[in-house]
Design a protein around this ligand. Sequence first.
Ligand code: C2E
Ligand code: MG
Ligand code: MG
Length: 746
Amino acid sequence: MSNTPISNDDDALFIEEDVEDTLLAHHVPRTWKIAIVDDDEDVHRATEFALLDVKILNRKLEFIHTYSKAETREVFSKESDIAVILLDVVMETEQAGLELVGYIRDELKWRDSRIILRTGQPGYAPEEDAIRDYDINDYKTKNELTRKKLLTALTAAIRSYDQIRTIDASRRGLHQIITSSGSFSVEDGIQRFASGVITQIAALCGVPSEGLICAQGDRPDALGHTLTFSVIASAGQFSNLMNCPIDEIGNELIRESLRQTLTRRESIFNKDNMTLFFSGQGNRPAAAFVELPCALNDIDQQLLGVFCANLGVCLDNLGLVNQLKNHAYRDQLLMLPNRLKFIEQIDHAIKNATEKQLVVLIDIDDFAGINDVLGHHYGDLLLQSVANRLTEKLGGDIYLARISGDVFGLLGSEKALQPDNIRRLFTTTFVIAETDHTVSMSMGIVALTGYSESGADVLKDASIALKRSKGHQRGSHTMFTREMGIEIHERALLMQQLHLAFDAERLFLVYQPQVDLNTRHVIGFEALLRWRTDAGELVPPSDFIPLAEHSGLIVSLGAWVLRTACHTMVMLQEAGIAPQRMGVNVSVIQFRQPDFIATVEAALKDSGLHPHHLELEITESVTMVGAEMFENSLAKFKELGVQIAIDDFGTGFSSLSYLDKLPVDRLKIDIAFVRQIDTPEGPRIAELITQLGKKLGLQLIAEGIETEHHWKVLRDMGCHEGQGFFIAKPMVEADIASWVKDWNAK
Ligand code: C2E
Ligand code: MG
Ligand code: MG
């Protein structure tokens, strides 16, 4: 070949031939490819002449001619599906033929092609080893190649080739069918099964693996649950029809054949094609269209019938399995992927994502309230419209799932999931039952970059971030940080240690004096809980009290505090230090216990303390116990003679008018307002609280007095009592007597 531009034309010609080949492939009857490898031109001509117009097993022969080992290697490297190779043993070298056999079997890995060795010299036979090792069909001398002998040898070889192919294809088909029933992935279970069926049918009928299967769709469409027939498997020339709905199949013959088969519920056999019907017990029929080179005989048709019936049952089972999987992976209300599927998807993203991906959890604020007030059906509709909006506006770039009740999960690129953009989707109201509904939501976000944890861990982290958002400010979003995770972990550890500490009596009380700001007299103490760890560190109560409340430990812990404080008070009285009261902090959880009053009574009785000397400090959160119960309990304490102080007053007591009705004795001005005295804000709020207390006939005490100035300002505004570091830091019981002595001496 020259290096002139003409070579381009050669290329063009080559391509055209190629295209023509594929176009013709379906019209030209299929052939058996026979390779004649021989350095003698005469042998080529004689062989071809001998086999002129011969048909074996219904097919014509197609010849491929090569003349040397080298040429054969080159031609074969671009060939496939050669049924029989008539191979000259001696060509350019004595071993050329056998070497080619090695090339065919070992390098090309053509195991199916049959090889007939030929030699010109009678008596020259290759070693038996070679014949056995290389799976050589036959060995003939060239003069044996009469038309009759050649035909017999070739027919046997082709039949053998065909059988090997069929068995191989069946094996592959069966394998696919078997593995597909066990396949775990919802998406391709049925499809793999179906393409196994095509391979199997093709093998059974001795046709190329081509055809398509149509079945009832498994996935509901976007709007609901309408199921349509579409192509679930296709092979060969039909590959491009995959997923195509039956009505959109362009080829009328195929479309109508499938339709008829599915309505008549029976297989249809024609001369050039057949459409098989698979039916099981259930109502998930399927049909397969396969082209045939010639009509099938009755026996073949009956065999196929049995095959189809069996497959129908399989298909049924597969359908059931899929339905189960569908339930396992899909939220049945919104038909969205569920938590499990979302976790899988995150796992996938962690492994495969190329750009920065985010996981966003969206929680509808006060959804429980909406459900309670407007009913569950309304709640469901709201969830549906939220889901619809997220799908519509965020589009196919993101993965949407319903994680639980009112929590949605989004997975997608950082760009697609900008928190502000998501929030903007909620600025327009949602129309439910013809009424506008404003929805606000909180978000928890995790960036997947650098994540090696599992999808489940990511979801956990996103929940932590979401909880933060909801705790801090509804309608906000929080990005998960490592610290949050550590914090949670540390909290769990702390909780464990707290339980141990309580058991090991590593918790103790300290007492902070309370004095009359006018007379300086010690009027009481506040009992404050302390925890010293084994390492000697003090854990602040603001860290461990919430933990104890969370775990319920606060109930027994609180009871212990009450008993201990009452005992201390009695001891102080017996020692001649006679303060009027002992303040004990009580948490909302304790208050909620039905036997809380009994616990208090028992502490008083056991210690012998007069109820009048005990003051319970409660915070506004106690009022959340429920107004009625709260009032009843307070009334009982009043009856007993126990005093009640509202702690941290002003930091969020929600209903001032409510305060009016409560039988409390004292307001504790929060430390924050005492601190304010030193700021431009000044003592304004402290004064307001004082005036309010006076109007309500309540006593006032200020906490956190750190300077003489605080003391004076508070005293002058009419707050008569106080506690704080300026007076004394909380102290252990053993130090109280000497402190009181010192204080009184000043
Ligand atoms: P609280 O009841 O408001 O207690 C007052 C807190 O202010 C105490 O902190 C006390 O040590 C601190 N304090 C007093 N004077 C000053 C001062 O002049 N300057 C400063 N900076 N702080 C001062 P503590 O002991 O850390 O207690 C914190 C909170 O833990 C308490 O707030 C109370 O709500 C809770 N708590 C403590 N002990 C118990 C308990 O036995 N049971 C329950 N349920 N809660 C407790
Ligand atoms: Mg207190
Ligand atoms: Mg306080």
